[in-house]
Design a protein around this ligand. Sequence first.
Ligand code: KIV
Length: 275
Amino acid sequence: MSIEVTTKRVTAVELQGRKGGQPIVCLTAYHAHTASLLDRHVDLILVGDSLGMVMHGLETTVPVTLDMMILQGKAVMRGSRHALVVVDLPFGSYEESPAQAFRSAVRVMKETGCGAVKLEGGKRMAETIAFLVQRGIPVMAHVGLTPQAVHTIGGFKVQGRGDVEADVISADAKAVAEAGCFSMVIEGVPEPLGARITREVAVPTIGIGASAQCDGQIVVLEDMLGLSPRVPKFVKRFGNIGPMIEAAVAEYATEVRSRAFPGPENVYAAKKPGT
Ligand code: KIV
């Protein structure tokens, strides 16, 4: 007898249709097990290149490679069955040309089985986004604070504070929407600008440090769980797992050192032979 398991995942097209509707719930995940814990509660799981900083202790996302993204993308696909999984294209894997972006995105989609990719940049990436979408690759855009550009913007700072800068980001958002992205992340902009872009573009906006008016929100899972060393100011804590891990490890270490940690003789003591 075989048991058929059907997987009906959320699609990029479905999420695109949620503009102005029920808010879209998004979180990052990098591992199979965490993906399985959040899968039924969210619409979209992003395998973000923030994994470089959160998992690997890097200072920025710049050193993250395509192979790192594919490895964690596969893990998240294994752990999830419902949410749309989107995998970030890392720095250097797409900016050179639409053809380079296509090759990278095809590798990501074929090797992980994910439903879409995300890339950073506004107007300058519009041609690439159109190229990918026309060839069957759903693209999530990312405007405002784009962490892969940290070395040219001079740090992880709020973008679009002045009127001129706000107009530039608004024009970026319009360009990527017109190029065919199915949604866009707006990161690190003043609240009125996040709300303005949400009104101006026809695709769902997903805010991170942007505006509650966005069509959805995303945060890095470890940031909201209290498991990241550095957390952006705007992130609300929904848990505090770091101290729980430390307390459990301290208790374990004490038991081992006092020889109280159960060995096989303790664990199996109550069992009858042969059971
Ligand atoms: O890499 C990431 O996790 C992201 C989110 C912060 C949007 O891009």
